[in-house]
Design a protein around this ligand. Structure first.
Ligand SMILES: CC(C)(COP(=O)(O)OP(=O)(O)OC[C@H]1O[C@@H](n2cnc3c(N)ncnc32)[C@H](O)[C@@H]1OP(=O)(O)O)[C@@H](O)C(=O)NCCC(=O)NCCS
Length: 221
């Protein structure tokens, strides 16, 4: 995809669902640190798992999509607004998943492990409404042009208008952690991949890019 100076940013709508899901399958799953480490491939289960995030996020009013002049998706910022109690619901959703795909189940096991380590009452202090950043991806040919920053700022502005006071994100690898630090996020929890064994004897997640830690990052907005 040729780099293009004309990038349009818009709030995600129902009409974006398919394009966003296709973009995630083509550009995100093999590149995000955990997906890459476990060798996630675009199976029906993986598509099902990600469609569970894309649908609600797109309806959240805090997700944004960047498209080039040919209207192809070049970046997505999926997010949701979460209130007290939503955290438990989210965890239940993770526990309900049972896919035949082993790499996907390793990833889900790990997310449950991170959520279990996270103490939301402490991490989020007195925050009433939290902007949860679910998924961020920019097409390879369009990186380091400020697209992720712009998409995230649009989401933060929309969340502020809805009286969110804190933003939270799980950053799985070095790229994303550098990005969020630049946006003034701070680590509230760090989980080392080498500590995680889940149901497996050997360390099941060995990041290819050398990232040793998964971080939960927060920022007041
Ligand atoms: C992480 C990602 C979304 C960044 O997108 P982007 O549009 O290139 O980011 P921006 O251009 O807005 O970057 C803003 C700042 O973040 C930091 N940053 C971005 N990518 C970085 C990288 N690969 N390494 C170090 N810092 C980085 C830089 O400080 C950058 O500012 P600068 O270019 O002026 O130095 C993109 O690399 C990506 O899609 N990666 C694959 C998917 C992924 O890992 N998503 C996050 C999952 S938790």
């Amino acid at each position: 995809m040729a780099a293009d100076a004309h990038v349009n940013y818009a709030r995600a709508t129902e009409n974006d669902v398919n394009d966003v899901l296709n973009f995630v399958m083509d550009n995100f799953i093999g590149e995000e640190t955990i997906g890459q480490a476990v060798g996630l491939t675009p199976t029906a289960s993986v598509r099902q798992f990600y469609s569970d995030f894309v649908g609600p996020s797109v309806r959240s009013s805090v997700s944004f999509v960047a498209r080039n002049s040919a209207m192809q998706v070049v970046g997505v910022r999926l997010a949701e607004i979460s209130g007290p109690g939503d955290y438990d619901q989210k965890l239940e959703r993770f526990f309900a998943y049972d896919f035949p795909d082993e790499p996907l189940m390793i990833m889900i096991e790990f997310m449950k492990y991170v959520f279990n380590r996270l103490d939301p009452d402490y991490t989020l202090s007195k925050a009433k409404k939290v902007l949860v950043f679910n998924l961020l991806c920019v097409h390879k040919d369009h990186r380091r042009q400020g697209i992720a920053r712009k998409l995230s700022q649009l989401s933060i502005d929309a969340a502020k208008a809805k009286r969110c006071d804190v933003a939270l994100v799980i950053a799985t690898g070095f790229q994303a952690q550098s990005f969020y630090r630049k946006l003034n996020f701070e680590a509230a929890l760090e989980v080392s991949y080498s500590e995680f064994h889940g149901a497996y004897k050997e360390q099941p997640i060995v990041p290819k890019n050398g990232s040793g830690l998964c971080q939960v990052l927060v920022r007041t907005i």
